[in-house]
Design a binder for this molecule. Structure first.
Ligand code: NZQ
Ligand code: ZN
Length: 391
């Protein structure tokens, strides 16, 4: 296991009707003038936005609002949010929605306290400070409610890139699993897929002797294998949603990723798909992961064989561990299809003829130098082959 420092100070408030406590927690963390940031309207239709406003009002906290965050959030609204916060002297941002809303809030939070272009952070500049943010989560997926990360798409060039910094960690996150009951089945499944991806990205490590985090990841993957089909069959199952929601947070607050190298190539390769086709990130990952894993398998067959036996119930073939490794990838692929995820380019809405453009943006766009580093190292030729495997 490698040395590490782990700092994850978000206060999680979990359970039924906890959104009514939003005002109390904004006050606790020092907010006096709030920007409520939300998406395309689901929180308006469900009445959640009104309940959150009421709870702020009950604490005497002033607020302004900015809706309209799109899935795969764009830089245009971030610039608008930064201007609004400066004009209104906002000192706290409350994200009410999913990963896209939270990521847009984080970008605004960092941008308000920075004199330059906020996009500098998405080109690698370190984030020193940001306005405090809180979240009221409406979908279990991205894990942004407990992560130091934000992913934004820049309209010029459609580059989808991430930025990271402890200042972006939410001060508090309100997690009421019942709020996720209004999700369309496809979004629920995309969320499940993203959560499992965050676990696999950490599982695929080049660090030895990481039994504790291996076992934590396996436990969370097994939870998803158990709860995923339950929630797809019965969307109002509060307990299944509760387990998935907490698994989603644990999967990405990096408690399972400390002391080990991580992969993240599936995410890099997927982000090009959701940038180009505006597909759900989780759906893109469902198509991406089996191809990436198959390509990576020979790098460490035993790692793939281990997850195959411990999570997917495959029999270990000691004479031919690659058979076991492959069976695990196939079991994962079948699981994703069974919950309603796409299995190839066509079902995702992607096109084979776009592969050169995808590879160019992935490997050379926004200042990249042609090489991607993760569990394995990939060049443009490797990435082309991986996209071709998804067709
Ligand atoms: O915009 P509204 O109307 O709210 O609709 C949303 C959106 O269309 C809808 N939705 C959310 N909660 C709902 C609901 N509909 C009905 N009832 C509810 N309770 O779901 C759609 C998707 O929402 P979105 O926020 O985009 O989903 P998700 O949480 O999956 O976020 C995806 C974004 O997060 C990034 C992804 O790349 C993508 O841009 N990621 C962020 C990470 C991070 N910050 O740590 C890590 C991830 O790996 C990921 O890359
Ligand atoms: Zn993800």
């Amino acid at each position: 296991m490698n040395n590490f420092e782990y700092y994850a100070p978000t206060c999680f408030v979990f359970g039924k009707e906890t959104e009514d406590l939003a005002g109390k927690y904004v006050k606790k963390f020092g907010g006096t003038k709030v920007l409520i940031h939300y998406g395309g309207g689901s929180v308006v239709r469900s009445g959640l936005l009104d309940r959150v406003k009421k709870s702020l009002g009950a604490e005497g906290i002033a607020y302004t609002e900015l809706g309209g965050v799109k899935p795969n959030p764009r830089s245009g609204l971030v610039y608008e949010g930064i201007d609004l916060c400066k004009k209104e002297n906002v000192d706290f941002i409350l994200a009410v929605g999913g990963g896209s809303v939270i990521d847009s809030s984080k970008a605004i939070a960092a941008g308000v306290l920075y004199d330059g272009d906020f996009w500098d952070f998405y080109k690698g500049k370190a984030i020193e400070k940001a306005l405090p943010i809180g979240t009221v989560l409406t979908i279990a997926a991205a894990g942004s409610e407990g992560s130091p990360d934000s992913v934004i798409t820049k309209e010029e060039g459609m580059f989808k890139r991430g930025a990271s910094g402890d200042a972006l960690r939410p001060r508090f996150s309100i997690l009421n699993p019942a709020l996720t009951q209004t999700l369309p089945a496809y979004q629920t499944a995309a969320g499940i897929t993203d959560i499992m991806a965050h676990l696999y990205e950490r599982y695929l490590t080049n660090t030895d002797e990481v039994e504790v985090t291996d076992r934590m990841i396996e436990a969370l993957l097994l939870t998803m294998v158990h709860e995923g089909p339950r929630v797809i069959a019965d969307p109002n199952n509060y307990d299944a949603r509760a387990n998935i929601m907490w698994a989603g947070t644990m999967a990405h607050n990096n408690s399972c990723g400390v002391g080990r190298s991580q992969d993240w190539l599936s995410h890099d390769i997927e982000h090009e798909l959701s940038a180009m086709y505006d597909c759900a990130h989780g759906a893109g990952l469902a198509v991406t992961m089996p191809a990436v894993f198959t390509y990576e398998m020979s790098h460490n067959v035993m790692r793939f064989a281990q997850v195959a036996t411990r999570v997917w119930g495959c029999q270990m073939d000691f004479a031919h561990p690659e058979v076991t490794a492959k069976a695990g990838i196939e079991a994962f692929r079948r699981f994703l299809i069974s919950i309603g995820m796409p299995k190839n380019f066509e079902e995702l809405g992607a096109k084979k003829e776009d592969i050169p453009a995808l590879v160019q943006s992935l490997c050379r766009g926004n200042g990249r130098n042609g090489t991607l580093y993760g569990f394995v190292t990939l060049n443009e030729d490797d990435c082309t082959k991986i996209y071709e495997m998804m067709v």
